[in-house]
Design a protein around this ligand. Structure first.
Ligand code: PSU
Ligand code: MN
Length: 308
């Protein structure tokens, strides 16, 4: 990719060059993950939140065929309201470029572009993973394989419980994707603080994450460190409601024959509509928590942090 093809905003380019903290943010969350107009509000508010923490936000997406790191507010608003914007994972990027399409970028595509621009830390809502029934459908998000080859830190509230969490954790192990819980060894299920699955390690501070990253980079290991950051219990979706709605969402997807890259948006939309906005509140809280933590980690990784 030449510099002409990858558009990096002046602000992001300068911050990366000077070693100041930058936090990458994805765009599928607002093009395909949330209904309007909350999607646009969330994306803009997230950028403000990152700036308030003294970190440069780099929202990443594709504008008229141009992969862009550091979308402007106008571009975020346009993408949020573009009916023609596609969902682009890594494999779709060259196609979107060739065809001049606009696109929301998934974690895989965002992580790739962030890395190309020299950014090391990326916050998202929920990571893609292994779908239920993957043993026959083979539906595993490209997020996993892609992050396995990128030297990033990705903060998420786990994978959404629409996925098969046990199988996802197995795949993370196979792919050498390291995972630590932030303040917990209970793996979060995005809408719920504890998915029922455990992970081996927790970390207690951004500085501890920075130490792990320094060790990884020192060894020349180029795979993402995943930081699982649970939503506060007080803000989680009621676990009983969660289980009920989830069962109905899967049934609806099967009944309507939804498959492939439509699966994640379909299930998320079903859950949002069915819980009457309760899941949305959790979604927004979880994302805000990941953004705040990602910003602190970006500061720690860049050496700009004062906290220890
Ligand atoms: N998980 C969520 N919300 C989302 C996504 C995942 O809770 O919006 C998006 C992310 O951009 C993720 C993508 O990278 O869906 C994964 O899609 P797929 O399963 O088709 O790879
Ligand atoms: Mn898929």
């Amino acid at each position: 990719m030449t510099h002409d093809q990858l558009q990096v905003s002046d602000e992001v380019r300068a911050a990366v060059a000077e070693g100041r903290p930058v936090l990458a943010l994805e765009s599928t969350i607002f093009t395909h993950g949330l209904p309007r107009p909350d999607n646009q509000e969330l994306a803009l508010e997230t950028e403000r939140q990152v700036r308030d923490l003294g970190v440069v936000p780099a929202t990443i997406g594709v504008v008229d065929g141009r992969p862009t790191v550091g979308l402007s507010s106008d571009e975020i608003v346009a993408l949020s309201n573009d009916d023609d914007a596609v969902k682009a994972s890594l494999r779709d990027l060259p196609i979107a470029m060739g065809k001049g399409l606009s696109a929301g970028t998934t974690v895989a595509a965002t992580g790739y572009l962030a890395s190309r621009a020299g950014i090391k830390v990326f916050s998202t809502g929920g990571l893609g993973g292994v779908h239920r029934g993957a043993e026959t459908s083979f539906d595993e998000s490209a997020d996993l394989g892609t992050l396995a080859g990128l030297p990033l830190v990705v903060v998420s509230a786990g994978v959404k419980s629409i996925l098969d969490i046990g199988l996802t954790l197995e795949r993370l192990e196979t792919l050498n994707l390291a995972i630590v819980g932030y303040g917990t060894t209970k793996y979060p299920g995005f809408y719920i603080s504890d998915s029922g699955f455990s992970i081996d390690y927790s970390v207690e501070s951004p500085a501890e994450v920075a130490d792990i990253v320094a060790a990884r980079d020192g060894l020349g290991i180029e795979s993402t460190l995943l930081v699982a950051n649970p939503v506060a219990e007080a803000l989680q979706l009621d676990p009983k409601l969660h289980d009920e709605v989830l069962a109905r969402a899967w049934a609806a997807a099967a009944e309507q024959g939804v498959s492939g890259h439509d699966t994640t948006p379909f299930l998320l939309d079903f859950i949002t509509r069915t819980t009457g906005g309760k899941s949305m509140r959790t979604n927004i809280a979880a994302y805000a928590g990941n953004v705040a933590l990602g910003a602190r980690i970006a500061a720690a990784v860049s050496g700009a942090a004062t906290e220890r």
